[in-house]
Write a protein that binds this ligand. Structure first.
Ligand code: RB5
Length: 148
C-alpha cells in the first residue's frame, strides 16, 4: 500500500449517515479522512459528488476514495468518467478485496439503501486492506483506460 493514507469520502443526500459512519470507522483505523460532504440533508446531485471525489484521487491528493449514494451505482458511473479512476460498486467483501487485488480500483462505491452499516464497514475494510497484485493483472488494468 502507498504511504498516502488519505481517503476522500463523498456521497449524495441518500448516504450521509452511512458516509459519516465510514469516516469515523476508517479514521479510527488510522486513515487520513478527507470528507468533502455534503453535510446537510437537502436533495442533491450524485454526479457532482462523484466527480468531486474522483478529481481528488485522479490528481493524487488522495490515494483512494469511497463514495456512496442510494444504490452506489450513479455516483460510481460519474466517478468512472474521470480519467484514471477505477471505481466499483460492492455489496460484498469478496468483491471489495478483488477490485483492489485484480483491478487496482482506486475508488469504492457503496449503496446506502442496499447494505446495512455493519456490512458496509466490512466492505470498506476489505477494500482498504487489500493490495493490487500486479503481474498479469497490470496489463489488463492498463487496457481499461482509453488511449489517444
Ligand atoms: C437518489 O434518490 C438516488 O437516485 C441516488 O442516491 C442513487 O441511488 C443514484 O444512483
Amino acid at each position: 500500500m502507498t504511504d498516502n493514507k488519505r481517503v476522500v469520502l463523498s456521497s449524495d443526500h441518500a448516504a450521509i449517515a452511512l458516509r459519516q459512519a465510514v469516516a469515523d470507522h476508517i479514521a479510527a483505523a488510522g486513515w487520513d479522512v478527507v470528507d468533502i460532504g455534503p453535510t446537510t440533508p437537502e436533495s442533491t446531485h450524485y454526479p457532482l459528488h462523484g466527480k468531486a471525489a474522483a478529481d481528488r484521487v485522479a490528481l493524487g491528493d488522495c490515494a483512494l476514495g469511497i463514495i456512496l449514494c442510494g444504490t452506489g451505482q450513479g455516483i460510481m458511473m460519474a466517478a468512472n468518467k474521470v480519467p484514471g479512476i477505477r471505481c466499483g460498486v460492492c455489496s460484498d467483501t469478496f468483491s471489495a478485496a478483488m477490485i483492489r487485488q485484480h483491478n487496482d480500483a482506486n475508488m469504492l462505491s457503496i449503496g446506502a439503501r442496499v447494505v446495512g452499516e455493519g456490512l458496509a464497514l466490512a466492505i470498506v475494510d476489505a477494500f482498504l486492506n487489500a493490495e493490487f497484485e500486479g503481474g498479469r493483472h497490470a496489463a489488463r488494468v492498463d487496457m481499461i483506460e482509453p488511449k489517444g
